[in-house]
Design a protein around this ligand. Sequence first.
Ligand code: GAL
Length: 369
Amino acid sequence: MKRVLLITLIAVMAAGGAVFAAGSQDQSGGLDIGIAMPETHVLRWVTDGKKLQENATKLGYNAEVVWADGDQTKQNKQIEDFITKGAKLIVVASINTGINTVLADAAKAGIEIISYDRLLMDSGDFNYYTTFNLKKVGFLQATAIEQALDLKNAKEPQYITLFAGSPTDNNAYFFYDGAMEVLNPYIASGKLVVVGPYPKTSADKTNFQRIATEGWRAENAKARMENLLTNDAKDVVLDAVLAPNDPVGRAIVEACSNDAKYDTIEKLPIITGQDGELPTVQYILENKQYMTVFKDSRLLADATIQLADAILKGQTPNIPGTEKTTFNTNVKDVTTYLLDPILVTKDNVKKVIIDSGYYTADELKSIGQ
Ligand code: GAL
């Protein structure tokens, strides 16, 4: 009798313990780290969100990741939900400054915030930013064009049209300015001729707005490229297109492919990108997109969760493999950790992305690798 009673008692305690643990989570919320990603129409954010949650969980944190479909109102609700659940820290890449009201709510609740790969602008409610060297991303895109067109030795003018990222994304201005530091001397010398609007730098807000891609949405880039092909670029053969990220780059490939002037892969302009997205790896292997800038989100997620861990433990952050600097949000300087982006073309895409385990075997099989 005693043995049956003992086993029953253990079973009841075990069940009660489970309920208690769950109950304690329900009572305290139990959420340690909330991860708010902006969208999934740019594939890299799916990868980033998963890796951030994986890394946080490995360190024993209760972490939840959500995506906001490029809708700031939706993301604000998601962040309010994190606050309700008792989050101690939030990692966020926003869509626009409409987020600032909930950042203030989180700060009032004593929640630390890390701005992830997109600087939270016009806010003083956070202290940390992790990203890749933004101007270097643009520098690499433009250097790829410089090399592919051999601009240093070009005897004939080469024609280029310019695209920028979303005007709501502070990063887009740095990407563009990094690229134009390389391209402007060639434009000034006449070796490179711009077809369409030409903001010399992002400070030319009117023309920057004309080349920007709202929400980083591929459909917006495709529509603009189709318009260029039937207007400003109708009577010229483009040698290059500065595209700020991979979905925009692929949209430009598609628009050009439907134009008789570029009806074979060999005739396509040199088209740039960023983020090392899987469909772009395929386009690079097929010579459709010339390059991407690889921003290994395993490294960014790892650095960010290391930073989160230090913050939550009240320790001084020390993030190996990053350059420590500050960025200004128009309200304050925030401590920034920069990682190094890598130029990827057909020459090194296998080594840098395919063989590095960044994508699973199944993912690679889906693009015939
Ligand atoms: C930027 C980010 C880029 C790219 C772009 C599109 O903020 O720095 O790597 O992902 O968003 O979403």
